[in-house]
Design a protein around this ligand. Structure first.
Ligand SMILES: O=C(O)c1ccccc1N[C@@H]1O[C@H](COP(=O)(O)O)[C@@H](O)[C@H]1O
Length: 203
């Protein structure tokens, strides 16, 4: 069964609900320029409420110190959503990394080395933001990546209405959603979270 990652969590109650509904991964944004950035003092409660799921700290081009500090805080994995190279991932502990690639018109050229990572995540390229755009990209490109044997987290514009089709077409290891299950920026909608997880896991 496909795994589900609910990302962009900013409130403990949203984390707790997502885990209760069956989320396998919970993502918190540690990129200060994101509107979903969570301050260090607010992360403890979210981490506590996420018990039972894999806790992912989402970064864009972080320093190594920031990555290790996230592990010390209690995050299990880091999602590297910027231009990070394999060498940096090795220093983090590549098996604790989900490496994100943003897909535009061309298929992403993903080095074999990323098979050593916990996973590779494909998201939609945007000039305006690194992630959380709510935009879908061409799933044919994602299908090719999954076929090459990468442990794929499919992301970018997923929602209850399209997640089943995405799983059937791409056959990813996991689906990842942020804005598609929001009520407003950073606030999750219980109905959408529940229906998204149910749809994804119905196959
Ligand atoms: O959500 C953000 O603000 C964000 C900022 C910087 C890097 C990643 C971010 N979010 C990631 O974007 C994808 C897709 O989001 P959506 O479902 O299309 O809204 C997801 O992996 C988030 O972790």
């Amino acid at each position: 069964m496909v795994k589900v990652k609910i990302c962009g969590i900013t409130r403990p109650e949203d984390a707790e609900f997502a885990v209760r509904m069956g989320a396998d991964y919970v993502g918190v944004i540690l990129y200060p320029k994101s509107p979903r950035f969570v301050l260090p003092e607010d992360r403890k409660e979210i981490l506590r409420a996420s018990e039972g799921a894999v806790k992912v700290a989402v970064f864009v081009n972080p320093t190594l110190e920031e990555v290790f500090s996230a592990f010390e805080e209690g995050f299990d994995l880091v999602q590297l959503h910027g231009e990070e190279e394999p060498g940096f991932a090795y220093k983090c502990g590549i098996e604790r990394v989900i490496k994100a690639f943003r897909v535009g018109k061309k298929p992403p050229d993903i080095e074999e080395v990323w098979k050593e990572a916990h996973g590779v995540l494909l998201d939609t390229y945007s000039e305006k933001a690194y992630g959380g755009t709510g935009k879908v990209f061409n799933w044919e490109l994602a299908k090719a990546v999954a076929r090459k044997g990468f442990r794929l987290f499919l992301s970018g514009g997923l929602k209850t209405e399209n997640v089943k089709e995405a799983v059937l077409k791409v056959r990813p290891y996991a689906v990842d959603v942020s804005s598609g299950v929001e009520l407003e920026l950073g606030v999750k909608d219980k109905i959408k979270v529940e229906s998204f997880i149910k749809e994804a896991k119905s196959l």
